[in-house]
Design a protein around this ligand. Sequence first.
Ligand SMILES: NC(=O)C1=CN([C@@H]2O[C@H](COP(=O)(O)OP(=O)(O)OC[C@H]3O[C@@H](n4cnc5c(N)ncnc54)[C@H](OP(=O)(O)O)[C@@H]3O)[C@@H](O)[C@H]2O)[C@@H](O)CC1
Ligand SMILES: Nc1ncnc2c1ncn2[C@@H]1O[C@H](COP(=O)(O)OP(=O)(O)O)[C@@H](O)[C@H]1O
Length: 291
Amino acid sequence: MNPYGKARLRELLPHPSEGANKYTRGKLVLMAGSAAYPGAACLSALASQRMGAGYTEVITDKRAVETVRSVGPSLVVASDEAWFDRPPAVATEKHPCAVAVGSGFDSGEGRTARLLFCALEDADAPVLVDGGALGALASDEGRALCKRRFVEGRPTVATPHGGEAARLAKPFDLPCDDPSRLARSLSLAYGMVVVLKGPDTWISDGDDAFCMDEGTAALSKAGTGDVLAGMIGSLLAQGLDPLDACMLGSTLHARAGKMAADELTDICVSAEDVVRFLPHAIRSLSSEGGR
Ligand SMILES: NC(=O)C1=CN([C@@H]2O[C@H](COP(=O)(O)OP(=O)(O)OC[C@H]3O[C@@H](n4cnc5c(N)ncnc54)[C@H](OP(=O)(O)O)[C@@H]3O)[C@@H](O)[C@H]2O)[C@@H](O)CC1
Ligand SMILES: Nc1ncnc2c1ncn2[C@@H]1O[C@H](COP(=O)(O)OP(=O)(O)O)[C@@H](O)[C@H]1O
């Protein structure tokens, strides 16, 4: 039975406590964007802020810095050149944090694997892997680092679409015809929580596989996956358990897409609209009755 009914999801909403400050609410270090795809970093960062993280710091290619800065003055933005000299992200009970890496990365660039491996190796905090970094996760070194994080109890989450999931499945020769089975087998093979995106989204921690089927084809537009990565990263940064963060983030993303389509038509919805309608999705979940 799926325990993620309305009541459970409502309980997971990360309302700030009375005495909260931006650090106690959680910091997402978002390693995203490239010269080719600066927009993905913008979408993920705006989604992270809307989803409640107290502090969203974007680490991006130096050629994308100004673009990302221009979408939101409250974003803290830095070039990835200084990344390797920084102290690693460490999550504590007082100051939760998470790292999201890969949305808008260019899989053809050498920096992609370097940044991913550095995040997987150093971060003593949940790490979400998305987009252009998923190919490097499937490499020998990526798989070994992921397994090590699992053994050490450091959570990793991956958010592949069907094409990216097939790349992750290849080194293990996993069959890709059944999404529920694929989400579960990828989770077990890598030691991570998997969000396998598609018309239905399958979420697995290796033990269970849950279907999130509240989406709409209006979401099938470039950038909506970058928004989802920012939302789930933000929830991880606020200290939610990885499976809870994936279920709540995916459901709110689907509902925001539906509410946007109700107002704008299923033709017109863009990734930016999903971010814009997120508050409506949160308000509707907060006020809904029922289990
Ligand atoms: N505004 C921006 O900056 C944006 C930046 N973005 C960034 O771009 C980077 C590259 O990401 P990407 O998804 O565009 O390309 P890639 O990883 O090569 O996969 C595409 C190939 O996989 C296959 N495929 C199979 N199933 C599939 C499915 N369900 N959904 C989609 N594809 C599926 C399909 O092949 P087919 O099966 O059709 O032969 C297809 O040819 C990444 O970092 C991302 O974050 C984007 O988010 C857009 C907005
Ligand atoms: N037909 C569909 N019905 C419901 N949701 C969909 C559909 N097509 C795509 N989506 C959702 O839209 C998002 C697309 O993510 P992704 O493929 O990574 O796009 P991008 O890389 O362009 O950001 C996912 O959350 C996916 O579940």
